[in-house]
Design a protein. Structure first.
Length: 449
């Protein structure tokens, strides 16, 4: 323990011996012939799957309840209050991405209390811009809709915007389904809506707004919150069964679980009201595996996030530390302690959920490349990629004179800098211990005698 504390204070690199890495073997990950397969067709290590990855996408779904029936709905099949929101507040630190994908390049962070204006929604992401970001995407799950937000309006079906507020007026533009419109004014059953540089009239019954997702509405005439039952045209029916003018409401509070079916669903008609029970975020990755061809494997992103943990340095030092690499100058470090943790300030350590509960050797190379077992990161632990292929290492060892040996396993025991630009790994093959060396950014490893 004294050696570990000195490592934190003096910035030395510490790596545990092989006996401390009894849990370092990679658990097998099941893979499937397609994303619709009911049963797995095999399994492989995450290292192998990632090294042969071809493409990936993320599904955002929900378990929903309609009456007493539970059904699966896709994020693209429903409308929620966030779909009609405009001005929202950031609830907690929220990453900003360059695209509507968790694997896209991170641009920075939004902080609690910041107000942003939603321009568009792409799946589970809101597209926005402000003084810090010319264009960014952030997850809607960490955004809070303001009571006073006037919101926008969305049409489930294609909408005809007309020149005048009556049914026989000439059409100006046909708006595609699920477009976001700004209401300029509402009167006589019609609304004057704007989309882009166009504007026109449409019946208010043909669009959905914040009132349609409200659980409570602020009646400016009575100066109190009314419990909203449903909207009837230009009127809002409130508890117990009172009808009020929609224009008398100046604020709404929605129920987060409320949603309406807006897309094609196998069993539910458009417009059906549902209550969302449980969110799901599944990332599917396609890889090519020898003997199986192209296959798919999945990661439960929400489950991984739930396993995320942040602890202090004091709490870390109370644990069984299997390895640590720390730079006292930058205050950045990696630690292996019932999972892999990283710090960027030397005070708090956050768990890297990618590695689960597994312990691996860790190394922060002077060139700024981070190593955790057979994985490498060039962005201080935001993303990791395989730094070697076990099949190639096994072949290299066999070519070196071990042709008749069947390797029981290949396990990284230790990692340490070799030069300013190279790194050395100690590998346990099950029958011998080998040392291999490579440039920090290369996957071409050479055997060290």
């Amino acid at each position: 323990m004294l050696l570990l504390i000195m490592a934190l204070l003096n910035g030395i690199n510490f790596s545990a011996e092989a006996s401390l890495y009894q849990t370092a073997y990679e658990p097998a990950t099941s893979f499937y012939k397609s994303t619709n397969s009911l049963f797995a067709s095999g399994s492989a290590s995450k290292s192998e799957l990632l090294s042969q990855a071809r493409q990936s996408f993320t599904e955002f779904n929900f378990e929903a309840q309609v009456g007493k029936k539970t059904v699966q709905v896709e994020n693209e099949q429903i409308l929620r209050e966030i779909n009609v929101a405009w001005k929202v507040k950031v609830k907690k630190i929220n990453p900003v991405y360059s695209q509507n994908d968790l694997s896209s390049a991170p641009l920075g962070q939004l902080h609690p209390g910041e107000i942003i204006e939603i321009e568009d929604l792409r799946g589970a992401f809101a597209r926005f811009q402000n003084s810090k970001f010319k264009l960014g995407f952030t997850l809607t799950s960490n955004l809070e809709i303001l009571d006073s937000d006037p919101g926008q309006w969305v049409n489930i079906a294609p909408l005809s915007l007309k020149e005048a507020p009556h049914d026989n007026a000439k059409q100006k533009i046909l708006v595609p389904a699920l477009s976001r419109l700004v209401a300029i004014k509402i009167q006589n059953g019609f609304g004057l809506f704007k989309i882009g540089r166009y504007q026109g009239y449409a019946r208010i019954s043909e669009v959905l707004g914040r009132v349609d997702f409200a659980e409570y509405g602020w009646d400016q005439n009575q100066k109190k919150w009314e419990k909203v039952l449903y909207r009837d045209g230009l009127h809002v029916v409130v508890f117990p069964n009172k009808k009020l003018e929609m224009t008398s409401f100046r604020a709404f509070r929605g129920r987060k679980s409320r949603a309406l079916i807006s897309g094609d669903h196998a069993t539910l008609a458009k417009g059906t009201r549902t209550d969302l029970i449980k969110p799901q975020a599944i990332r599917w990755t396609q890889s090519e595996i020898k003997g199986h061809g192209l296959i798919w494997w999945r990661q439960d992103l929400l489950k991984e996030n739930l396993n995320a943990e942040t602890i202090t340095t004091k709490e870390l030092l109370k644990r069984k530390l299997n390895g640590i690499s720390y730079d006292s100058k930058t205050k950045k470090g990696l630690a292996s302690a019932g999972g892999i943790y990283k710090t960027l300030d030397g005070k708090t350590w956050s768990k890297i959920t990618f590695f689960g509960q597994d312990d691996w050797p860790v190394c922060i190379h002077p060139a700024g490349v981070w190593f955790v077992g057979s994985f490498r990161s060039t962005d201080e632990g935001k993303k990791f990629e395989p730094s070697l292929k076990y099949s190639e290492i096994a072949q290299m060892l066999q070519n070196s004179g071990n042709r008749n040996r069947a390797f029981i396993h290949l396990k990284v025991l230790d990692i340490e800098p070799a030069t300013k630009s190279h790194v050395i790994m100690k590998i346990d093959t099950g029958v011998t211990i080998a040392k291999i060396k490579a440039h920090v950014l290369s996957n071409l490893w050479l055997l060290q005698r």
